[in-house]
Design a binder for this molecule. Structure first.
Ligand SMILES: Nc1ncnc2c1ncn2[C@@H]1O[C@H](COP(=O)(O)OP(=O)(O)OP(=O)(O)O)[C@@H](O)[C@H]1O
Ligand SMILES: [Mg+2]
Length: 455
């Protein structure tokens, strides 16, 4: 098994952030152990299964309600200029100052989604102690109805994986040696269903088919969708969801929290006229129109899980017909990574942690996956942490970029960039986009040389 990740294929150059001249001796990253990671994943999912028995993670319905109240904002994914931490004096702009970020959303008076405060991690002790990250501090605010997309850039061995595995609550990166790591204002205690991880190495269950791998996490998990509007005429109620509902006729759904309480209750889906509209029968109630609310499928049946898994297999660019029954050893590396991505995203975690997930993909597949990820981010509004060695990828995907220094890693710079307004391939040819990438490359070079001169 390879101990190094395939980095930056053609079209996705690296950061060039390594030590200059080969003079600095960098600690070699430890050999990764895919079997151990698969075991960690299994533990992670076992833990999820236990926790998710209570239908939905706490705060999810609330998050969906916030989504409902901020539907337009969710679609536009604007940047809250007033909430940006002190970063670049001169913000970078792809649109040349056009009002891409005109619509402002203030963070709720809620704790940040993730907050690191002076976090240090030292592996080992005594003479073999090695400090991987030092005083890492950053805050990811909780904006109503949308999560940030945080790209993490930095040289190999600077502690990027350490940081996101700490957020995931995975040993031995978790717990930190000092400092605080808070998720929604609370300390991390270990893995949880609110966080989903796509590992640097592909992790799947080798004894499960693609379909079984993708459906695995759903076994104890229901679905929740925020409602955009509800109307009832005679006995038929028509409900519109903010994101595709993926319901089937005959499914049992629980409607809750609609302003007009007469809509609330358990019903069977009577029809699904469009991806975001479904209807149910409600006998003996007056005609009415109302807003707000959520709809839940408390627990998916085997066939429902299969249907949803098929949907995700297609969504990551695999073929239901050709690939569903294959086992991981029958797939290419890129295909296995897509299975790993589908099995994490299908669970719709609030925080998605992705460790160089596209590093092994060929450039066209990589671009397609980038576009898919942006679409998903817009659709479901999770907070995404995305490690990459490609500045292009970091700029295309991210709206908040954390640049880490050489080991011991610390946050050298935070940069905010606009979200993508075009497909990856198109945007990456835009001279303004290329300018931003060059600007970041120069910033990294400058910061690294001043680091070397100053330390
Ligand atoms: N379990 C461990 N025990 C000892 N040292 C470790 C351990 N895990 C990581 N390290 C060290 O911590 C440093 C940071 O590792 P980490 O994997 O977080 O780097 P990274 O930035 O993700 O690198 P890459 O870009 O190569 O994936 C490395 O020098 C690595 O050798
Ligand atoms: Mg790493």
């Amino acid at each position: 098994m390879s101990t190094q990740d395939p980095k930056s294929p053609a079209g996705a150059p690296g950061t060039g952030t390594g030590p200059a001249g080969g003079a600095a001796v960098k600690p070699t990253p430890p050999s990764r152990d895919p079997a151990a990671e698969a075991a960690a994943l299994a533990m992670f999912e076992a833990d999820e299964a236990g926790l998710s028995k209570q239908d939905e993670p706490a705060g999810r319905a609330e998050q969906n309600m916030a989504k409902a109240n901020a539907s337009e904002r969710a679609a536009a994914t604007p940047k809250p200029a007033d909430a940006a931490p002190p970063t670049d004096a001169k913000p970078l702009s792809i649109t040349g100052g056009k009002p891409l970020m005109a619509e402002l959303a203030k963070p709720l008076a809620k704790p940040p989604v993730v907050a690191f405060n002076k976090v240090t991690k030292t592996y080992g002790s005594g003479s073999s102690a090695f400090t991987a990250i030092k005083d890492v501090t950053f805050t990811i605010p909780d904006y109503p109805g949308r999560g940030e997309f945080i790209s993490i850039l930095g040289p190999s061995g600077c502690g990027k994986s350490t940081v996101i595995r700490m957020i995931a609550g995975l040993l031995p990166q978790f717990p930190q040696t000092s400092g605080t790591v808070l998720i929604d204002g609370k300390p991390v205690h270990g893995p949880g269903p609110d966080r989903g991880m796509v590992f640097q190495d592909y992790t799947s269950f080798d004894n499960r088919s693609v379909l079984e791998n993708v459906a695995f996490g759903l076994e104890c998990r229901g679905l929740t969708r925020a409602l955009d509007g509800v109307t009832r005429k005679q006995t038929v109620a028509q409900l519109t969801t903010l994101t595709p509902h993926q319901f089937e006729k005959g499914m049992t759904v629980v409607i809750d929290l609609v302003d007009d309480k007469s809509f609330n209750g358990t019903h069977k889906v009577a029809a699904t006229p469009s991806p975001t509209v479904f209807s149910v029968l409600m006998e003996g109630k007056p005609d009415a129109t109302s807003r707000g609310g959520v709809v839940r499928v408390p627990k998916l049946s085997g066939s429902e899980r299969t249907e949803l898994a098929k949907h995700w297999i297609e969504k990551v660019g695999l073929s239901v017909k050709k690939d569903s029954d294959k086992y991981p050893h029958q797939l290419s590396g890129g295909m296995r990574q897509r299975v790993a991505i589908a099995r994490t995203l299908i669970l719709e975690p609030r925080i998605i942690l992705m460790d160089e997930p596209f590093g092994a993909l060929d450039p066209p597949t990589r671009s397609r996956m980038q576009d898919n990820l942006v679409a998903l981010w817009r659709e479901q509004s999770p907070t995404i942490f995305f490690i990459t060695h490609s500045i292009e990828e970091a700029v295309f995907l991210g709206d908040h970029i954390l640049i880490f220094s050489n080991s011991p890693g610390t946050v050298m710079k935070e940069i905010r960039v606009p979200p993508p307004d075009r497909p990856s391939i198109e945007l990456q040819r835009d001279p303004k986009f290329i300018d931003i990438v060059m600007g970041i490359r120069e910033t990294i070079d400058r910061l690294e040389s001043s680091n070397r001169a100053g330390d």
